[in-house]
Write a protein that binds this ligand. Structure first.
Ligand SMILES: [Zn+2]
Ligand SMILES: [Zn+2]
Length: 398
């Protein structure tokens, strides 16, 4: 299981981890690093230890790489995977989810019957996605125990101590939203939906009613949604705020960021949403929300570099590397756009492409300023905004 999933059975909290938050297609553009480029995948661990996965976008591969192997001859407990619909961005991680190839794992999949596929829709999606010549091995290579369950809008059922409610959402070829009521708190997951269908708007409100965390599609700006992207099946931060307010949701999470939205654009959407609603987050890869702590509040954790990034736009740093000509250099500079994976650094020296860089940053923390040493390699060097400076993209390796 990922990180703490196995040992969380003894805690009383519900833990929600974001492994993929990007909509439509993954992005690798450095301007999208901070929020992340993997497509939808969330992991929810309930207080009773039940593990849920919501959607199987490319974030699922990353979750899989953290899966722990059970002690000799042991089996991993069953994991429940909810797939909202069959668009690429929600299924693309399946063939790359390594736990599916291990006999010791067991997965229970939930999704709806597509009128285009009929019976066993999700199973067909697995098979088709891995059929020749699209993938080197077929589904029979997946040794894990798998079962598939069909769910429709309006269904509700119980898993462990948790109640699950599914509702149809307004999206081309259909989509399900899920509400998971755990003893630690209520999470409503409503990605890929467009407002404007009166019947389905009611369903969305029902999902979000008094939820602690309401995760809603916020792919477009309110302006795009009204004009150029009408009918594309997505929503905006403003619609999310409207629903959150009317349905009494406590915290809104903006989700399914457009692949063309840079981190700065998402920052802008978040800022606007926060002017209208008290508690809003923009989902980012690596973000973890913990519900049900003793004081009744929830906590949100961002990876350290991102947390620091939000407190301060830039950091002083010392950078060591090798120049184009092969000479070592060391200089003091300012680092901007720090993400979990990398950063943009302005340097007087032009480092050699793909050479190693050592970046020592001063980051503000709870106990004063801390020095953080990161090692990475140079992925791009271009003329900087300041004369005589290079703008250097670095990807961190540790
Ligand atoms: Zn999508
Ligand atoms: Zn979709």
């Amino acid at each position: 299981m990922s990180g703490s999933a196995h040992n969380s059975a003894n805690s009383l909290v519900t833990k929600l981890s974001f492994w993929g938050v990007r909509g439509s297609t993954p992005t690798v553009d450095p301007a999208t690093w901070r929020y992340g480029g993997n497509t939808p995948c969330l992991e929810l661990t309930a207080p009773d230890g039940t593990q849920f996965i919501l959607d199987c976008g490319t974030g699922l591969r990353v979750l899989g790489s953290r899966w722990t192997v059970p002690a000799s001859s042991g089996r991993n407990p069953k994991t429940h995977i909810f797939v909202t619909h069959y668009h690429w961005d929600h299924i693309q991680g399946i063939p790359f989810f390594s736990p599916l190839y291990a006999e010791s794992n067991e997965f229970h999949f939930y999704s709806f019957r597509s009128k285009h596929l009929g019976r066993d829709s999700l199973k067909q999606v697995f098979e088709t996605q891995m059929a020749m010549p699209y993938f080197p091995v077929n589904m029979s290579a997946m040794a894990a125990k798998k079962s598939f369950m069909e769910v429709s809008g309006g269904d509700s059922f119980t898993i462990g101590e948790n109640k699950i409610i599914a509702r149809h959402l307004n999206h081309p070829q259909g989509c399900l939203g899920f509400r998971i009521e755990t003893p630690g708190g209520i999470i409503a997951y409503a990605t890929d939906n467009e407002p404007g269908d009166p019947k389905l708007d009611v369903e969305l409100h029902a999902l979000a009613a008094n939820a602690d965390i309401f995760i809603n599609d916020a792919q477009y700006t309110p302006e795009q949604l009204e004009v150029s992207r009408k009918g594309w099946g997505h929503s905006s931060w403003r619609e999310g705020v409207k629903v959150a307010r009317h349905a009494g949701a406590k915290t809104l999470v903006l989700f399914h960021h457009d692949p063309d939205s840079t981190d700065r654009m998402v920052d802008g959407l978040l800022r606007q949403a926060r002017e209208e609603f008290d508690s809003v987050f923009a989902a980012s890869e690596g973000m973890v929300i913990t519900l049900g702590s003793a004081d009744g509040k929830f906590e949100a954790h961002l990876p350290e570099t991102r947390t620091a990034m939000r407190r301060e736009a830039q950091f002083r740093a010392r950078v060591c590397g090798i120049t184009e000509g092969g000479h070592p250099f060391e200089e003091e500079t300012v680092v901007r756009d720090v993400a979990l994976q990398g950063a943009m650094v302005s340097l007087v020296h032009a480092p050699r492409l793909q050479s190693e860089l050592q970046v020592t940053m001063e980051t503000p923390g709870a106990e004063g300023t801390k020095s953080m040493k990161l090692r990475g390699y140079v992925v791009r060097v271009e003329a900087g905004e300041q004369k005589g400076c290079s703008s250097v993209g670095v990807v961190f390796t540790e």
